[in-house]
Write a new protein. Sequence first.
Length: 268
Amino acid sequence: MPLRLFVACLATLLFTSMPAWTADDQVPSKCMAIAQALPEVTYASFTPAQTFVDGDVTITYAGHSTYVIETPGGVRIATDYSGIYGANPLPRVVTMNKAHRTHYTDLPGQGIEHVLRGWNPDGGPARHALVVDDVYVRNVPTDIRRFGEMERDGNSIFIFEVAGLCIGHLGHLHHRLEDAHYGAIGRLDVVMVPIDGGMTLSIDAMTEITTRLYSSMILPMHRHSTPIGEFTGMMGDGFAVEFRNRRSLKVSLRSLPPRPTIVILDGV
């Protein structure tokens, strides 16, 4: 079978077997893994539907699990937005998860153009595939633990595709990821990881997920009182560690570290 035909058949098979939320996306993702978790298979490369603006993406640790992402085109995004962190200046896009009140708000403010909840108030999984100027925002639903029981599709991993980068925020993740999740996530150049060690997942489980994602840059969050060394130590020698004395960094495809690096911003 010719290679091109084999790849086309493989892509058709895999995409038709992906979870329902990816089938509904109308914008092709350049970060999506064409072959999910299969070894030795590279990621598909699509032409992004959003306006591509080259340049640096600014990422700022605002507090708790809120990072503020500022795109080269000037779009400001706040993750796990509760109004406590990242509200000034007001973001155009906010994402939320409903673990507890420091991850969402029922009153986000009228000036926010797009409020993306990681759960669907009407039931079923949340589905987001939003293009705002130079950024494409999509989600991968996961389950959440509430009142001692797991609630299906109650959380979301949000992915921001901008300036050629794939940036992921794991949210208030409460379970290990399955192959279908990794396939729906695809490549992540930058990943924001909760390392509280208990309110979300154990450090052991979180290092397993982070290692498999194998992002160029890992940004811890949601740390509480857990010593940062518990996470960095379990990640092992394959990951470099950098402490920054600022709350912000600038990143582009060209400036990604050559070795996977855990970057601890001031305040984390």
